[in-house]
Design a protein around this ligand. Sequence first.
Ligand SMILES: O=C(O)C(=O)C[C@H](O)[C@H](O)COP(=O)(O)O
Length: 208
Amino acid sequence: MTTSSELLDLSPVMPVVVLDDAEAAPDVARALLAGGIGTIELTLRTPTALEAIERVAAQVPDIVVGAGTVTTPQQANEAVDAGAAFLVTPGTTDSLLDAVTATGLPFLPGAATVSEAMRLAERGLDTLKFFPAEASGGAAALKAFAGPLPHLKFCPTGGISVANAPDYLALATVGCVGGSWLTPKDAVAARDFGTIEALAKESSALAG
Ligand SMILES: O=C(O)C(=O)C[C@H](O)[C@H](O)COP(=O)(O)O
């Protein structure tokens, strides 16, 4: 079992993946692994996402597969049943926090402000997702968070690319960044796993 803080150490970039076709999921995961990325977050934005998680968990045991876009207690439970090893929420409500905590899985709860981060810290959580990162002030905002909250660690996502990822990864409070750029929609649709592997390689070489 990986802890929330260990999740941030798996790779400098956590790929945030939206899949319309569950059948492609194992090959996407294999391409990411071949490019040096040890984790995949499959977002529950598409009807096939749970099946995609199931397939990756069963067929690609070397990658740590999690569920993203978990916004309801029911989704948290469905993700566990599908075999997710971790959960990611874009924001946090009390009922969602209770549900994800009850799963016993490591999770990254979303926060966009200092107050939200402080509320999560009050609940004993020190490893958070910062979302939407760029729209909420970017690396400069997180740098400012670290003044009063140096003990909290973040995985920022939302608007991050290979170009601005280094600004975040340079911060001591950032363990990894999340982003969808490793799995472009057209590359997935065309089953162009070579492109995904190349993007993964470029991302895994970023200093974490
Ligand atoms: O789906 C979720 O749970 C989210 O919270 C949002 C995702 O992490 C971002 O949408 C990824 O952002 P991009 O890399 O800008 O595409």
